[in-house]
Design a protein around this ligand. Structure first.
Ligand code: ATP
Length: 804
């Protein structure tokens, strides 16, 4: 029996580990590679030498790569060189015998891009790479454990020690109180130890955890660190990005504003079909000088592509840029003849992008697009009629920005500056001042309807939702209003966060739910302030600079689609679909897993409690053992592998998102669960002894009385399983009794096993069981019912006492 128990435990652990491995595979490193002329995302393991790949800040370099182009590219190579400062990369030749750290024309597999971007050709993959040579495989090994299961492991060990001591004590007590023979005492001490130690518990907990994590993955929340599963249940605040998480990230330009006019743009999505109109009349680029300049910047200072696939238009690159690309296409503008000489890529800190271009008519210009406030700060003039400039009318533009963003539109501005013809490079200094402001584009990015619902659900679950966005305050509060975040309250900006002391920040995060124009480093301070207020914080992120905040948060959540490898590595959970509602579901699932672990514990322990009680009472009162050690092992095995497993499949309790977050410091079981374990142990154990004594008294043979006692225990557990499906809520209702198919299946399996136990001749020989008559079955059946009703009554009383 012990061997069978061990084998089953081993198989279950194996299955659990397989489940986790499958989930880990979902997180393999991806690469941007050129295939059939298009940039596509591909698993790094599918790269071959000769592939052209693209690197962005936050990427893990997917192979060894010779750089063809590098723009402000720096890469952290400490894994390879031990040098913790990022190395600057460029495409210049190096000495033939340059060391690894000096080969600045190469990017090495496994290192992390910290800034800039580049493209290159793959020179080596897999074990041929530099990192592959020094270590065949860098793999993260994580044991299948969480604080709860580790705590249970410790508890199990202590419990086992206590039980062994008690067994020895029982030996002496039995010897002194009654005249048992050594053989009898030996058997009952072993029986007691076997009865009291919950052999099946670790395996059941592991499989419950693994199944839960698998279920979470199937709902798009991929767990990287198992601890998070538990922490999710205690989360009190979720800090979420806006773009793509709360909103759809399907951007469409709706309005274009220049000094003299406000244009409307029709059409939706990235399909380049729609019209640009001025007061209802079609507007053409030829006649509208300001519009032409605006479209030129938005289209040329842009890295996205739109293409049609299976009838759908999709964007490669950033959706914001895709929207501007579509806008330019609607206007009939073709940027092909513009040659790009240099670029300052978009970074969340800067909130703009700039390019140096030569135009088709031979001029050299700097084109800038980005957050309007950042661009206004850099402009001294604005475009006037006839290609002239006039002093910047900041008030005018600010009013327009307020108006557009107040409607929830994302506003992007465009500015330009003439440059000398010979100019080749572009530095931040070139665009610090003296730009000419051209105009604005208002982009719609509708909220995800399911995220609106999820925000409301979080509220009932006692979880606050905060929006932290790089976008403009007006846009953020308008979207917040639509989503039910912030209750129309104040919106704080990155500047305010910058100025606030740590103390003031703690106050601010209590009052404010929307933070706009933030930079990634603000996230870290916000997490700290929230944690200082005693909150348990879940924080989302996508960019490379979000990684420290994700690490610091109690649950770091990375975006699977938009997110960089660096963020994913820092995260506890990765969202496969970038969707806020997935976070809400993950919280629900996390709470459910924790519940199910607790259910498994309070289901299994009374089995042991009851059995131990039977043996103890027998020895104390000098009785013949009502069940033998092998029979006890049988009961432990069948209930742990069948019944308890059913609880791993238990769906969420109906009120799971209506109760407040769990106090992380509270103990797993708590007073009333300990009480329930004791109560059920005495109830079922007492019933088994009662049945045994009664049957003995009316002259039933010993093996038959024992068989009945075993069945009493088993039926008590079967009925108690239905109690355990709801921790404190009532289990009595048809809907609830039939909700989990696994429970009925395992009950069926258990009944078959019990029939074999009772009627199969070989089982009679092995286990000392005996065939029962049909009417005998009524006894365990009615005792089971009584146990069920008694526990329900106990739950009802506890509910009443605790005021629920
Ligand atoms: P969130 O932080 O919620 O994802 P976000 O996407 O608005 O919001 P960022 O990506 O940091 O945050 O963008 C901040 C601002 O930078 C935007 O509001 C926009 O004005 C500007 N911006 C965004 N993308 C680009 C781009 N590709 N080129 C130039 N400016 C951009």
């Amino acid at each position: 029996m012990v061997v069978i128990n061990a084998v089953i435990g081993f198989l279950q652990e194996g299955k659990a580990e397989k489940a986790l491995e499958g989930i880990r595979k979902m997180l393999s490193v991806s690469a941007h590679v050129r295939r059939e002329g298009d940039w596509v995302e591909e698993n790094a393991e599918n790269l071959v030498p000769g592939d052209i790949v693209r690197l962005r800040s936050g990427d893990r370099v997917p192979a060894d790569i010779r750089l063809l182009e590098a723009v402000s590219l720096s890469i952290e190579e400490s894994a390879l060189t031990g040098e913790s400062l990022p190395a600057e990369k460029n495409q210049d030749p190096v000495e033939p015998d340059a060391g690894l750290g000096d080969r600045h024309g190469m990017a090495f597999s496994g290192t992390m891009v910290t800034a800039g971007r580049g493209t290159g050709v793959v020179t080596a993959t897999g074990s041929e790479t530099e990192i592959g040579r020094i270590s065949t495989m860098i793999s993260e090994v994580e044991t299948l454990a969480t604080p709860l299961t580790r705590q249970m492991d410790r508890f199990g060990k202590i419990l086992s020690a206590v039980i062994v001591v008690m067994a020895v004590a029982m030996w002496f007590a039995g010897r002194m109180l009654h005249d048992y023979t050594t053989g009898e005492l030996f058997l009952s001490s072993i029986g007691f130890a076997v009865a009291a130690i919950p052999e099946g518990l670790p395996a059941v907990l592991t499989i419950t955890l693994a199944l839960g994590v698998q279920r979470m993955a199937s709902r798009n929340a991929i767990t990287r660190k198992l601890n998070a599963v538990e922490t999710l249940g205690s989360v009190t605040v979720i800090c979420s990005d806006k773009t793509g998480t709360l909103t759809k990230n399907e951007m469409t330009v709706k309005h274009a504003v220049v000094r003299r006019a406000v244009y409307d743009v029709s059409g939706s999505g990235y399909q380049p079909e729609g019209h640009i109109t001025l007061d209802g009349n079609p507007a053409a680029l030829d006649g509208e000088e300001g519009l032409r300049d605006l479209v030129e910047i938005m289209a040329v200072c842009n890295d996205s592509h739109i293409s049609q696939e299976d009838g759908f238009w999709k964007v490669t690159g950033e959706p914001t840029e895709g929207a501007l690309r579509t806008f330019a296409a609607k206007a009939g503008f073709d940027p092909a003849a513009y040659e790009r000489k240099a670029v300052i890529p978009f970074e969340s800190e800067n909130k703009f992008m700039a390019t140096l271009n030569s135009t088709p008519d031979g001029k050299t210009v700097i084109l800038v697009k980005g957050a309007p406030d950042r661009l206004l700060d850099r402009c001294g003039t604005q475009a006037a009629d006839g290609g002239k400039k006039e002093p910047l009318d900041r008030r005018f533009w600010e009013a327009k920005i307020e108006e557009l963003s107040g409607r929830g539109l994302r506003v992007l501005a465009a500015a330009r500056k003439e440059a000398d013809d010979g100019k080749n490079g572009l530095k931040h200094g070139d665009i610090e001042a003296d730009l000419t402001f051209i105009g604005l584009a208002g982009i719609i990015d509708p909220p995800r309807p399911e995220a609106v619902e999820a925000v409301a659900l979080c509220r009932t679950a006692g979880i606050g939702v905060k929006m932290i966005t790089g976008d403009h305050a007006g846009t953020a509060s308008a979207i917040g209003r639509e989503m039910g975040i912030g209750n129309g309250g104040r919106t704080a900006t990155g500047d305010e966060l910058e100025k606030a002391s740590d103390e003031e920040l703690r106050e601010l995060v209590r009052e404010v739910d929307i933070f706009a124009r933030t930079s990634p480093e603000h996230k870290l301070r916000l997490v700290r302030a929230l944690q200082a207020n005693g909150e348990v914080v879940a924080m989302t992120g996508d960019g490379v600079n979000d990684a420290p905040a994700l690490k610091r948060a109690d649950v770091g959540i990375a975006m699977g689609i938009k997110g960089t490898e660096a963020t994913k590595e820092a995260a506890d959970i990765v969202l496969a679909d970038d969707n806020f509602s997935t976070i809400e579901r993950a919280v629900e699932e996390g709470r459910t897993i924790y519940d199910n672990l607790r259910k498994a514990i309070i289901f299994i322990l009374p089995t042991n409690g009851a059995e131990a009680f039977v043996i103890l009472a027998a020895v104390a009162f000098g009785l013949v053992l009502p069940i033998t050690p092998v029979q006890i092992l049988w009961v432990n095995m069948v209930t742990a592998v069948t019944l308890a497993l059913a609880l791993a499949f238990e769906p969420a309790e109906p009120g799971v998102m209506k109760r407040p977050p769990r106090d992380p410091a509270a103990s797993i079981l708590g007073g009333n669960f300990l009480w329930r374990i004791a109560f059920v142990s005495l109830l079922v154990g007492g019933a088994a002894i009662g049945v045994f004594l009664f049957e003995k008294r009316i002259g039933m043979p010993l093996d038959l009385a024992r068989t009945l006692a075993v069945n009493t225990l088993v039926f008590g557990q079967i009925f108690y399983l239905f109690n355990c499906r709801y921790l404190d809520e009532s289990s009595i209702s048809a809907g609830r009794l039939f909700a989990n198919r696994a429970v009925w299946m395992t009950t069926g399996i258990l009944l078959v096993l019990q029939l074999v136990f009772v009627y199969a001749p070989f089982m009679n020989t092995w286990f000392g069981s005996a065939p029962l008559l049909a009417r005998h079955w009524l006894i365990p059946l009615s005792i089971g019912c009584a146990v069920f009703l008694a526990v329900e009554a106990e739950k009802a009383l506890t509910r009443r006492w605790s005021g629920r």
